[in-house]
Design a protein around this ligand. Sequence first.
Ligand SMILES: *Cc1c(COP(=O)(O)O)cnc(C)c1O
Length: 381
Amino acid sequence: MKFETKTIHAGITPDSATGAIMTPIYQTSTYVQDAPGQHKGFEYSRSQNPTRETLEKNVAQLENGYGAIAFGSGLAGIDAILKLLKPGDEVLSTNDLYGGSYRLMRTIFEPLGIHSRFISMDKAENVGKEISENTKLIWIETPTNPTLKIIDIKGICDEAKKKGIKTCVDNTFASPYLQTPLDLGADMVMHSATKYIGGHSDLVLGLVVCKHKADFEALKYIQNAVGAIPGPQDCFLALRGIKTLHLRVQRSCENARAIAHMLRDNPAIHQVLYPGFTDHPNHEVAKNQMRDFGGMVSFDLKEDTVEAANHILKNTQYFALAESLGGVESLIGHPPTMTHAAIPRNERLAIGLTDSMIRLSIGIEHVDDLIEDLEQALPKR
Ligand SMILES: *Cc1c(COP(=O)(O)O)cnc(C)c1O
């Protein structure tokens, strides 16, 4: 089945009780049993829920995995994956990591004895050299936020396999339409479905997809023991969002391409970060592992100040000033004072995150309106 058909049909059958073509929202905590222990596969909604199960079956196929597990948020999914580790184990992670993942690893798991090391993943061989005897998990996030670097998933998974180390890819920025890391050798994939998978900025939800039955069962056990589940209404909304995932992401990619080129031609702009440019340092890797280059574009200004960035942030009309990404509507944000405000300035500059850096999440509006909006907000020539 092709991806575009999977979004609509994979794992989804008409409701067995009524024939409803759309998966019903099973808003129930418990299920009546015929006799003690005799039931229809559902006992209690922390353990199983039919709406959640349909979402999980669908996403497992989108990512070509053995099984998927839906969580109350992306971070709840990451939390469960880190709980597969034991005190003394080490995670090797990219130094350009989503802030919430960094906080979870540093401030929650570090005190429990699960150590994280944040390294450059620009070259797969370097990652191989950084592996220590305690390394048990390699955490990849690509494209990275907000500098949109591309990490070579297959190269790093090959290095990890040589030493029997598990790999997980945070696939939030790409979505399974653009990139399927399990096909490139990863053991697990994690999504903040809050972003492209949900796609309408109306829910918070996480998904983890496993390639192997053993990881799936271990995570399922953790989820049932801990309880970080999403509600059935959010699972319904995620399923509904997925039905148009391919159309939305494709349009976002097309709009982003046009906007990246428009920005690059504007004399007020210093640099545009977009993996679709042929001179982007990881363009070849992006071309090999992604179907298209994504709907995110970052840029900074020749006048590299927070004030100059603020002027643009305040003056766009369709681009709403907000955190998050991946919805149908375009968003504009200022990572140095928003998502990355907790990082000291010199560390921030060292990873290329300048004072005037602006990040765009390109939606699916008409590209002419988006370009006009940005042009009127950018400094006049
Ligand atoms: C938003 C995000 C997360 C966290 O997901 P939540 O659903 O907000 O918990 C993790 N990784 C990336 C790349 C994200 O953008």
